[in-house]
Design a protein around this ligand. Structure first.
Ligand code: ZN
Length: 290
């Protein structure tokens, strides 16, 4: 790392729980961040939408819900081959979002949102005093987010959307990086008539350990790498690494993700070790000066 490089280091980290409790252990995520950042203030909050709703004055709640439901319904990806958000959301879509706002854990995930638009909606809900570089917001969600890819002209699911705020998707960890090629080949060989849940389970069993599944006990450990990416992203402007064994590797395959997060002999490459040491040192200086 060049001497004197300026790192943007947060002094407060705000973690928002996923809508439903699942395999992600938030306490472990807090411990991990504490180990990376030493002395930085970390606060765990409810899921982001419930937290925002709670911070709204009682007389403004209904207006807030109506506006937010509309905004969320607008960010839904309707066609993975076309990024078109010009037409207004349907009544049923708005109602669905309204119900989810009132009871975030009540509905299964499954809607695919445009990650950058969702990030904008979430950013607009963060109060002014927390909307600055001293605060790092990490929103865990079970919802699936994606981004439009200019190269192959379609939407791709993502594990994470970095920036203000960071959005990390537990569903994305399962759905975004591709499973081993064998999985798709073997799946193709199963006749449609017998392709049911049992057949999929048998297929998953065959390739066990080569991809992350829903409620996988490895979820928290894998997510640590994405938390570290968010931190390095905020500090340096770039969350990723080229080293397949560094936790900051931007994995496109499940096997790459598991290699970087679970199987590698080291956590970070020498370059990122140095960056993280520097972030930690500066964070400690700031905390001591407060
Ligand atoms: Zn690295």
């Amino acid at each position: 790392m060049k001497k004197g490089r300026r790192l943007v280091r947060p002094t407060h980290i705000l973690l928002y729980a996923p809508e439903k409790t699942g395999a992600l252990n938030l306490e472990e995520s807090v411990d991990y961040l504490s180990s990376l950042l030493d002395k930085v203030k970390i606060e765990v909050r409810k899921d982001f939408i419930s937290h925002s709703l709670e911070g709204t004055a009682p007389e403004q709640k209904e207006g807030f819900i109506a506006r937010l439901a509309h905004d969320l319904a607008r960010t839904k990806v309707r066609n993975i081959l076309k990024p078109d958000f010009s037409f207004p959301p349907l009544y049923g879509e708005i109602r669905y979002e309204e119900e989810r706002i009132r009871e975030p854990g009540s509905k299964p995930s499954g809607i695919f949102y445009d990650g950058f638009q969702l990030q904008e909606v979430f950013w607009s809900l963060i109060p002014r005093e927390e909307a600055n570089l001293n605060h790092m917001h990490i929103i865990f969600t079970g919802q699936l987010v994606g981004t439009w890819d200019e190269d192959d002209l379609k939407y791709h699911a993502r594990t994470s959307i970095y920036g203000y705020p960071n959005i990390l998707s537990t569903t994305g960890l399962v759905e975004a990086p591709a499973k081993p090629r064998e999985y798709y080949l073997l799946k193709q060989q199963i006749p449609a008539a017998v392709l049911d849940e049992v057949a999929i389970l048998a297929l998953k069993e065959k390739l066990k350990g080569r991809f992350l599944d829903y409620d996988d006990p490895g979820t928290t450990e894998v997510m640590k790498g994405y938390v570290a990416q968010a931190l390095v992203g905020q500090a340096t402007g770039f969350p990723f690494c080229q080293d397949v064994n560094c936790r900051l590797f931007n994995a496109h395959w499940q096997e790459e993700m598991l290699q970087a997060q679970l199987k590698s002999d080291y956590e970070f490459c020498p370059y990122h070790n140095e960056i993280l040491e520097e972030i930690k040192r500066q964070a400690a200086i700031i905390t001591n000066n407060q």
